[in-house]
Design a protein around this ligand. Structure first.
Ligand SMILES: Nc1nc2c(ncn2[C@@H]2O[C@H](COP(=O)(O)OP(=O)(O)OP(=O)(O)O)[C@@H](O)[C@H]2O)c(=O)[nH]1
Length: 252
């Protein structure tokens, strides 16, 4: 797996001034800008990428304490890379798109990477309402990040839709000797809140594809409302696939 230096561009959202289902630019770039000394954001040119056809778009948000690996998880899924080196905290919120194929449908995952730092909470809360799925991360080597999950779930209850898909992820599962949160503790907490659970590693790629594919599948099922697929359940799916130790095909 390729490693790249962590060169995350610091970005801020000026304000969530649109219906976040439909970002203002045709290619789906949010209103972001670099911060100048006078604090006036300078709009960035939207990146020129071909627009990929898709059947529907889902908004997925990454949440959790600062440093748990949200940005790395997104980069691993989207680009197949691991951001090693100096840790640069995300400022505000940003998103990236990835189109995946679930059965015959093209599902565009619009993945929002939020800043874990407390001071950005009021900015990120504004985005919960439109989210279809929330990936809530803790770091298996950081007990505080695990203990804070209950508080995160409280915020989710307050700001997100009642039917939002929630998945709890214990990230940095590759850090064997530094681990302080057992897998069983994560499983127990997920059971208590009736949410799906998985341990992941942005470094090795463990369960990263599976996480996003499970979310895409669940959201596609909900969208289609197909009675033939009425047995689909994201928690059962994740459990089955994890036991198999395989990832379903992800065609991008
Ligand atoms: N060993 C290991 N390190 C990881 C993993 N994921 C992230 N890291 C490291 O953890 C640090 C923080 O990762 P980020 O992805 O920037 O964390 P974040 O949750 O986005 O942090 P904020 O932007 O502050 O909210 C970086 O130094 C990463 O290299 C992982 O799965 N395994």
């Amino acid at each position: 797996m390729a490693d790249v230096q962590h060169q995350q561009v610091r970005r801020v959202v000026t304000r969530p001034s649109w219906n976040t289902q439909q970002p203002p630019h045709a290619n789906g770039s949010p209103v972001v800008g670099t911060v100048r000394r006078d604090s006036t954001p300078t709009p960035l040119r939207p990146p020129l990428r071909p627009v990929e056809a898709c059947d529907f778009t889902c908004k997925v948000m990454l949440l959790g304490d600062s440093g748990v690996g949200k940005t790395c998880l997104l980069v691993r899924f989207r680009d197949g890379l691991f951001l090693s080196g100096n840790f640069i905290s995300t400022v505000g919120i940003d998103f990236r798109n990835k189109v995946v194929t679930v059965d015959q449908s093209k599902v565009k995952l619009q993945i929002w990477d939020t800043a874990g730092q407390e001071r950005f909470r009021s900015v990120t809360h504004a985005y919960y309402r439109d989210a279809h799925a929330l990936l809530l991360l803790y770091d298996v080597t950081n007990k505080t990040s695990f203990d804070n999950i209950r508080a995160w779930l409280g915020e989710i209850r307050e700001y997100a839709q009642d039917d939002v898909v929630i998945m709890l992820l214990g990230n940095k599962a590759d850090c064997g000797s530094e681990r302080v949160v057992r897998k069983e503790d994560g499983e127990r907490l997920a059971r208590e809140y009736n949410v799906a659970f998985m341990e992941t590693s942005a470094k090795t790629g463990l369960n990263v594809e599976l996480t996003f594919m499970a979310v895409a599948r669940e959201l596609k099922f909900r969208k289609s409302g197909n009675p033939d697929e009425s047995k689909f359940n994201v928690q059962d799916y994740v459990r089955e696939q994890s036991q198999r130790g395989s990832c379903p095909p992800c065609n991008t």
